[in-house]
Design a protein around this ligand. Structure first.
Ligand code: ATP
Length: 225
């Protein structure tokens, strides 16, 4: 579903943020991405979202070589990817419902479909009873669940998360990670960047480790011979 073939990324006037990175992730797989601050985790996620282009190498997503995508195709590519951020990036002056509905409104869905999908997404993250709550009135863990509902409401094939448990205590972090595991079990490809080695080691999924832009472990799929 996602493959990197000897991908390097150099930002203007800086050292290589990624160097010759190769790995592949199967559909329905959940993989963690870890490494020190500045190791290149966010850069790797941005390449998948086409927020950046590689300096060398090839990124293939869902069978499509991303280098073939023109600027015009980027919005359609992004619609197949749900993204969860550490700081939620919620609209604080709008209720939970509006926050989750937003991607569908932008994509031009019909009102009835929006309503059905928003309720289904909030149900999956256990927040159906908070539809009309304002984000300010929710706990950090609940706010992150809203962020996850918003990421999955368009039924993406791929879910990317950048430090999704960064601000949460261990119990809430484990609950949030379990939600990602649940999504991978219904066919979503999940890639989660996280510093929390204690938590991700316990979950027994493949871990990609970056060090100074190089992939130092986890690059080979566990299913490979
Ligand atoms: N837009 C940019 N322009 C120039 N350099 C950048 C840019 N974005 C990232 N970098 C550099 O690329 C390297 C990798 O950064 P990146 O944000 O991918 O690391 P990270 O592993 O996500 O770090 P963190 O855990 O701190 O978020 C760093 O040296 C960073 O300073």
């Amino acid at each position: 579903m996602i493959s990197f073939e000897r991908v390097s990324k150099r930002y203007d006037n800086s050292h290589d943020a990624l160097r010759e990175v190769s790995f592949s992730i199967d559909p329905e797989e959940l993989v963690f991405l870890t490494g020190h601050s500045g190791a290149g985790k966010s850069t790797l996620l941005r390449l998948i979202m086409l927020m950046e282009r590689p300096s060398r190498g090839r990124v293939v997503v869902g069978g499509a070589d991303l280098s073939k995508f023109s600027r015009r195709n980027i919005p359609r590519h992004r619609q197949s990817i749900g993204v969860v951020f550490q700081n939620h990036k919620l609209l604080m002056d709008r209720p939970v419902y509006d926050n989750v509905a937003l991607p569908l409104q932008i994509a031009g869905f019909e009102y009835r479909d929006i309503d059905r999908r928003v309720n289904a997404a909030l149900d999956k993250v256990g927040l159906l009873d908070r539809v009309q709550a304002m984000p300010m009135s929710l706990s950090g863990g609940e706010q992150q669940r809203v962020g996850i509902a918003r990421a999955v409401v368009g039924r993406p094939a791929i879910l990317l998360a950048d430090e999704p448990t960064g601000n949460l205590d261990p119990q809430l972090s484990a609950e949030i990670m379990q939600l990602f595991v649940d999504f991978s079990q219904v066919g979503v490809t999940v890639l989660i960047a996280s510093h929390d080695l204690a938590l991700i080691s316990r979950l027994r999924h493949r871990i990609l480790t970056l060090k100074d832009g190089r992939l130092v472990s986890g690059g080979v799929s566990i299913d490979a011979p």
